[in-house]
Design a protein. Structure first.
Length: 135
């Protein structure tokens, strides 16, 4: 009986520790990510057909596009959408490609912060430039 009680207490504590304390929107979502000499970009994605992985990849792509635009690079985004179906089912596939051309420069960037808005099922990713390299 005591072991069941301890197990119940342990499960309650573990469950409470995994619960976020608040869902406060971070300031970096609304402020310019490029400040004090740092170049950054924020990408956001709502629900995605490929689930959380696709949502995260799209947010990263959008953050990189924002950085590329600030650096005067050429940004090309291509979306390929395939849909087919019959009377009983529909299949769809969406592929997004983003190309940045920076005249021989490779931009090294990293994820600075991630925030997930549980209420709206949106992910926000802040990326910042860490350096440059040449081809």
């Amino acid at each position: 009986m005591v072991s069941r009680f301890l197990l119940l207490i342990a499960l309650i504590i573990w469950g409470c520790s995994k619960t976020p304390q608040n869902n406060i929107t971070p300031k970096w979502i609304y402020l310019s990510p490029s400040q004090n000499g740092t170049i950054g970009g924020v990408g956001m994605s709502g629900k995605h057909i490929d689930g959380k992985t696709g949502q995260r990849e799209l947010a990263i792509s959008r953050a990189l596009d924002e950085i590329a635009k600030q650096l005067g690079t050429k940004v090309t985004t291509i979306q390929k959408i395939d849909m087919n179906g019959n009377s009983s089912s529909i299949n769809s596939n969406i592929e997004t490609y983003s190309f940045q051309t920076a005249e021989g420069k490779v931009v090294k960037s990293a994820i600075e912060s991630i925030w997930y808005d549980e209420k709206n099922d949106e992910i926000y990713i802040l990326m910042v430039v860490r350096g440059f390299a040449t081809n």
